[in-house]
Design a binder for this molecule. Structure first.
Ligand SMILES: O=C[C@H](O)[C@H](O)[C@H](O)COP(=O)(O)O
Length: 279
């Protein structure tokens, strides 16, 4: 068991790597030609795993980034880069891999801890199969349990004060514009020229909490169901996109699905746990 901070950090990196290599082994089939590459520190290992397959496999593939970081990763690995704007209408990516900040029991996700959520959602929903790759810290029964910083929300800068007002009205505890420090004074600016607001809410309810006379989930008692909150957040004027990736159970290998078909977790004991959403 890891005891020092250094050992814990090493364990986390090993876990990310294990999950990434397993996910690529299971879901990057040699016949695939279009692959989405997400953002964050875990995706670095996904790209490593893909590059390790060698040009005989990867040269026939084209890789679609979710922002400037993954664009650089793709290029640095010598993989073929293409932009999602060039994906012809009516066509899909074969698969997309991405990380997450938190994953609940139903495989709803919080994303955007690295300010990349908007392009990530476009790429994920353009894929026939969206695969989430994470370490054991991300696994939690309800969103907002382990990830306390809040739901990342990408907003038009001029609308930020109004969005903050509305989030407070909805019961978010201390929503804040994400600072750019230490690298940049002022707000964090996304790849799309937007700002990020982090909006903490009490842990989000799942259908198993709200069905059969359970909690309302409409925010009236301070508790929101994932889908109800997501639908309300996206309607706030000035919100460009939200870092909740959610959807109905059973909506899987389908165009437009935000939830992954599988989530790979590198566990602290050196195993990889694979989860699929309940059907
Ligand atoms: O904005 C960043 C993305 O949503 C990342 O995929 C997410 O923050 C997870 O990142 P990491 O793999 O570094 O934990």
């Amino acid at each position: 068991m890891a005891t020092t901070a250094e050992e814990q950090a090493k364990l986390v990196e090993t876990s990310k790597r294990l999950a990434a290599y397993q996910a690529v082994k299971d879901y990057l089939l040699p016949e695939y030609t279009r692959v989405g590459i997400g953002s964050g520190s875990t995706v670095v290992y996904v790209v490593d795993a893909i590059a390790a397959l060698g040009p005989e496999v990867t040269s026939k593939m084209v890789f679609y980034p979710t922002g400037s970081q993954s664009e650089e990763l793709i290029e640095a690995a010598g993989l073929n880069l293409q932009y999602i704007s060039k994906l012809p209408a009516g066509q899909q990516l074969d698969v997309a891999f991405d990380g997450a900040d938190e994953v609940d029991d139903d495989l709803n996700l919080i994303k955007g801890g690295g300010a990349c959520l908007w392009q990530e959602k476009i790429v994920a929903t353009s894929a026939k199969r969206f695969i989430c790759v994470a370490d054991f810290r991300k696994l939690s029964p309800r969103l907002g349990t382990a990830w306390k910083k809040g739901i990342p929300i990408e907003v038009l800068p001029m609308a930020a004060p109004r969005v903050l007002d509305e989030l407070r009205r909805m019961g978010s505890q201390n929503p804040r514009i994400r600072p750019g420090l230490p690298g940049k004074a002022g707000a964090t600016v996304t790849d799309n020229g937007m700002w990020i607001i982090d909006a903490p809410f009490a842990p989000l309810l799942l259908p198993k909490d709200t069905e059969s006379g359970g909690q309302a989930g409409d925010g009236s008692n301070g508790l929101w169901a994932v889908d109800v909150l997501a639908d309300a957040l996206i309607k706030i004027p000035g919100v460009a996109e939200i870092g909740l990736f959610y959807g109905k159970n059973g909506l899987q290998v389908a165009s437009g699905a935000q939830k992954p078909v599988a989530a790979y977790f590198g566990m602290a004991d050196g195993t990889v746990e694979v989860r699929s959403p309940p059907s």
